[in-house]
Design a protein around this ligand. Structure first.
Ligand code: ADP
Length: 495
């Protein structure tokens, strides 16, 4: 099974969110199952620098070609690198599409405001992927695309590249990581795509008068997946579908949900270079104590060991329910029942509200504004509980990392959080399935109730130890997700 894996970011080359974790780890898991996988990403400035920083080879392939882009032909040159090698796994080739005007920039997508030419940049990337695939020596069985940045790829494969033997027989998969990001641009960007205006209609590429690249991918792909079964259901109706619910419901036969795995080598409390003392299920108390001490040193004061440490790590975006966290801090910050640490970056207004809250309770709230991968690992190791109160959550990785580190997730019942965390009740404790605390309503009181239940459980050493040991034993590796993707690929492949 030969798979071309197309994404706009992949760890450790370039990352803004969970997509990078998926694109950095799933290809290796597929390779372990015998797939021949090639990953393609843009050669961002950050990607080239990170390859060097991680000691990964990055070299020109010598392949350059012109990519049609509107009336122009724009040159792409292809670099080659590899995903970090894993023991017992074949190493996965990464091809990077270079064009300095498009990708030699300080950030991936712009920010705080998106780059005004993102439609140009990712139309170029998508078309370059097809041109690159056509120049390979063996045909692809599957082209697996991710998110709006690659939404044109299935359309190109079906509409423009049917006479190219390396790609014409491929089946395309479009994986949606988040319906809120659809790549919607003004209608005249249609000219960049080189596709006929007849496709600019409400059933295909048009969305309320604009060009919608995610919609394009959903329409033209042979299969559509998203990153959890619950999210696959939620997006077929409003508000989860963010305007595309009708289209998604009409494609329900081709739509499925596969829960993300995690990279269990990168996120492993037994080997993690970011934590001071490695630990396993039977030594988590010592490991967490050492991590708390190290975290206190990083933060410049004592993180008390006599109170539970409750953390939040994530983008400071509306999606993540940080407004509920802020309210919770207001309610519990002064009670002394827990210590809080918040690590995140994003929305200016949210950052400001968090700063105000942290300065109201400087003894109990530690706030770190910024993106710091190493600190995220240390916080996961040090914390007792991890808040994931999302408004919606396609899959969510933070709760999976938390469980691997023996940190009990407190989550809202939405999307992948439903599929990965089992609420702690007398029944689930007896059945041995409890793995966290789940609340339904998107409301600070509901979150607070869940936190108070978790604090009560924490006060009972037997209950807490059994919860911690259970979640640490769970297997969230990519292997089982990769098997599901492989089944999907095999079901679609042309005989
Ligand atoms: P999303 O992709 O919606 O941001 P996920 O839970 O799927 O959410 O993945 C988030 C990833 O980004 C996790 O790896 C998390 O640890 C990481 N992350 C988010 N914010 C930060 C931050 N400020 N510092 C370090 N890592 C972060």
């Amino acid at each position: 099974m030969r798979v071309l894996f197309v994404a706009s970011e992949a760890s450790p080359f370039a990352k803004t969110g969970g997509l990078a974790d998926v694109a950095g780890a799933l290809p290796g898991a597929l390779a372990r199952l015998g797939c021949d996988v090639t990953v393609v990403i843009p050669a961002y400035r950050e990607a080239v620098a990170n390859a060097g920083a991680h000691g990964l080879p990055i070299e020109p392939t010598g392949m350059t070609f012109g990519v049609p882009l509107g009336q122009l032909t724009v040159e792409a040159s292809i670099l080659r690198s590899r995903l970090p090698a894993k023991e017992g796994s074949p190493s996965v080739e990464v091809l990077l599409v270079a064009n300095d005007e498009c990708f030699d920039r300080p950030t991936l997508y712009g920010g705080p405001v998106d780059y005004p030419d993102n439609a140009t940049r990712f139309t170029f990337f998508s078309r370059a992927v097809l041109e690159l695939a056509c120049r390979q020596e063996r045909p692809f069985d599957v082209i697996h695309c991710h998110d709006w940045q690659t939404g044109l790829v299935p359309a190109y494969q079906k509409l423009l590249y049917q006479s190219w033997p390396m790609v014409s027989r491929a089946r395309t998969v479009m994986t949606i990581h988040n319906m809120a990001y659809q790549g919607v641009f003004w209608q005249w960007d249609m000219l960049l795509t080189g596709l006929d205006w007849k496709y600019f209609n409400w059933e295909q590429m048009e969305f309320y008068g604009q060009l919608n690249l995610l919609k394009t991918g959903i329409v033209f792909a042979d299969a559509v997946t998203t990153v959890s079964p619950t999210y696959a259901r939620e997006i077929q109706s409003a508000p989860g579908g963010c305007g595309l619910e009708g289209l998604l419901a009409s494609r329900s036969d081709a739509l499925s949900g596969i829960v993300n795995g995690i990279d269990v080598d990168v996120w492993n409390p037994q080997t993690d270079p970011h934590i001071p003392r490695h630990y396993a299920e039977d030594s988590s108390a010592d490991g967490k104590h050492a991590a708390k001490v190290a975290l206190a040193a990083r933060l410049g004061h004592a993180v008390p060991d006599d109170r539970p440490l409750i953390a939040f790590v994530g983008r400071l975006a509306e999606q993540k329910g940080v407004d509920l966290v802020i309210e919770l801090l207001g309610r519990l910050g002064g009670t002394g029942r827990a210590h809080f640490v918040v690590l995140g970056t994003g929305n200016d207004g949210i950052e400001e509200s968090l700063r105000r809250m942290a300065s109201s309770f400087p003894e109990t709230i530690d706030l770190v504004i910024g993106f710091d991968e190493g600190l995220a690992h240390l916080v996961q190791a040090a914390a007792d509980m991890m808040l994931v109160p999302s408004r919606y959550e396609p899959c969510g990785l933070t709760q999976l990392y938390a469980m691997r580190y023996g940190t009990i997730p407190i989550v809202r019942a939405t999307g992948g959080l439903v599929d990965t965390v089992v609420d702690t009740t007398p029944d689930t404790l007896r059945a041995g399935t409890a793995s966290g605390f789940v609340f339904e309503a998107f409301d600070a009181r509901a979150l607070e109730q869940a936190v108070l239940r978790a604090l009560d459980a924490h006060a009972n050493a037997d209950v807490w130890t059994s919860l911690v040991q259970r979640v640490m034993r769970q297997d969230w590796s990519w292997d089982s997700s990769a098997r599901e993707y492989l089944t999907l690929y095999k079901g679609m492949a042309r005989g």
